[in-house]
Design a protein around this ligand. Structure first.
Ligand SMILES: *Cc1c(COP(=O)(O)O)cnc(C)c1O
Length: 515
């Protein structure tokens, strides 16, 4: 007997459950004969079934036997509850259920999705996308040994930081640079290395919470430093910093308020002024930039975001920023600044615990190298490419896709092309919107059922082999197409979407009256 046909590959527990449910569902009538627990075969017997033997030779005994035990256990429970159809205990039916259970168990939990939320750097969807060059470098570097900590010139021990330090100093104008696991780690390490047991002065308007429990006051405490708040929520002046400096002060710090904006009667002191004050007292100034773009986004018609270059030029001794936000690389925390400050940070013991792994380091190096060709960077880096995609091009894509999506969802939903407002995301420029376009999907039928119909659509989109993530707003499901570069990823799944929802050409009549 040949191996059972491949069925759905993706999915997880839900699919395993479905595998059981499908074949035990009393097909004809409620009075279909039911199975009893004693009708179920032993695990060994099921494993001797040809289809199961084929599974064992493909995947080995351990996985298949464990799934067989679990399957029979589930069936036994159903049988005891009087819910298992007699046909379900037949060996071929059980072997098929076993095959589905094994596939579901092997299916990855981390899955590629389509980000049609309109937020380009979406923290929940993995933030920046890596450039092809970074992916290729990563693959080659991880497939074998590399010079992670080996100096190819001297043949002696090397430093992993040196793989990116020269690039970072060349790109930012810093004297020195080091890298850690993420920007939260960069901030923690900077404060610990420069101000442990001492005081750090920060404006009250900049005591940010980034999310995921990263709150500036807590980070200070974790780093062993004492936070000295100055000024007020909306206004902080130069003399506030002056007055706060005392014998125990070790560091002045500025935090980019990346995920909120204080508007109205406000006043903040810029880096150049704080740097003057800090240096007059022999103290360093550190700035946490959060996103920190290496290029001036205004040159691409995007809202301005401060660059590490300008913060260093203004006199900051340390600037920290993320690798996977506007930089467009892997998760990383980049620390650039003066030789003296970076040396203290690099030598601080906590650095070893927060160091970057070779995996993102390879991707970071390749990403940074792309910035050596600034004219090309908006094409080479997917994050910048998506952020700079013209709204007119996105709208043209929406118009091209609308008929196929409308046909797939008729008659239960109507599909229109809409101008939308997207976001950069990841706390960059929180109040700015990116003019975008996409599809606005509205349920047909009574308004009071619209909510449920929208939820059903969102569920069906998430249930596709490549889940599609949109957003619901104003009783519409919106698919912002800014991040859809390969339209086939959507169009190729429309038949599956129709099948799930019971919509589309083959379901036109059945769909009537469902609202
Ligand atoms: C995002 C952000 C962080 C945290 O960076 P991660 O790379 O996510 O660890 C810290 N500070 C600011 C201001 C941020 O915007």
């Amino acid at each position: 007997m040949s191996r059972p046909a491949e069925s759905v590959v993706d999915g997880s527990k839900a699919q395993a459950a479905e595998a059981v449910r499908d074949h035990r569902r009393p097909a004809a009538a409620a009075r279909a004969p039911l199975a009893e627990p004693k009708d179920l075969p032993a695990v060994d017997r099921l494993l001797r079934e040809p289809a199961a033997t084929a599974l064992v030779s493909e995947h080995g005994h351990t996985l298949v036997a464990a799934q067989a035990r679990a399957l029979l256990e589930r069936c036994r429970g159903e049988a005891r509850a009087g819910r298992l159809a007699a046909g379900a205990v037949a060996l071929p039916a059980l072997a098929q259920a076993l095959q589905q259970a094994v596939q579901a168990r092997l299916a990855p939990r981390m899955r590629a999705v389509l980000n049609l939320t309109g937020t380009v750097i979406h923290t929940n969807l993995g933030r920046a996308l890596l450039a092809d060059e970074a992916l290729a470098h990563l693959l080659v570097m991880m497939a074998g040994p590399n010079n992670l900590e080996y100096d190819l010139e001297s043949g002696g021990r090397g430093d992993r930081d040196s793989l990116v330090e020269e690039l970072l100093t060349a790109l930012t104008g810093a004297e020195a640079a080091t890298v850690v696991n993420n920007n939260a780690a960069a901030v923690l390490l900077t404060i610990a290395a420069l101000a442990r047991g001492k005081e750090v002065v920060v404006s009250r308007g900049e005591l940010v919470e980034i999310g995921g429990a990263f709150r500036m006051p807590d980070v200070m405490a974790a780093a062993g430093a004492t936070l000295v708040e100055v000024g007020t929520t909306n206004r902080t002046h130069a003399h506030d910093y002056e007055r706060a400096i005392g014998e125990r002060t070790a560091l002045l710090m500025k935090v980019h308020t990346s995920n909120y904006a204080i508007q109205g009667f406000t006043s903040a002191v810029d880096e150049a002024d704080i740097a003057r004050i800090a240096h007059a007292h022999g103290l360093p100034l550190a700035t946490d930039l959060g996103s920190g773009s290496l290029v001036d986004l205004a040159a691409y018609g995007l809202p301005r975001e401060p660059t590490p270059q300008e913060k260093l030029a203004a006199g900051c001794d340390v600037v920290t920023f993320s690798g996977d936000k506007l930089l467009g690389g892997p998760q990383a925390g980049l620390i650039v600044g003066s030789k003296a400050a970076i040396e203290r940070i690099r030598k601080f013991p906590m650095k070893r615990a927060l160091r970057m792994s070779k995996l993102p380091l390879a991707a970071l190096e390749a990403t940074l190298r792309l910035y050596l060709r600034p004219e090309r960077v908006a094409q080479d880096l997917p994050t910048l490419r998506l952020l700079t995609r013209p709204a007119a091009a996105i709208r043209a894509l929406a118009e091209a896709l609308r008929p196929a999506v409308a046909a797939a969802l008729a008659p239960r939903y109507e599909v229109a092309v809409a101008d939308l407002q997207g976001q950069i995301g990841s706390g960059s420029l929180p109040v700015e919107r990116l003019p975008s376009a996409g599809l606005a999907i509205t349920p047909v039928g009574p308004k009071k059922l619209a909510g449920r119909a929208l939820d059903a659509l969102a569920d069906a989109l998430r249930g596709l082999p490549t889940p599609v993530i949109g957003r619901i707003a104003d009783d519409r499901l919106l698919l912002d197409l800014r991040c859809l570069e390969d339209a086939r990823l959507l169009t190729g799944q429309l038949a599956a979407l129709s099948a799930t929802l019971g919509t589309g050409a083959s379901n036109e009549e059945r769909g009537d009256g469902r609202g």
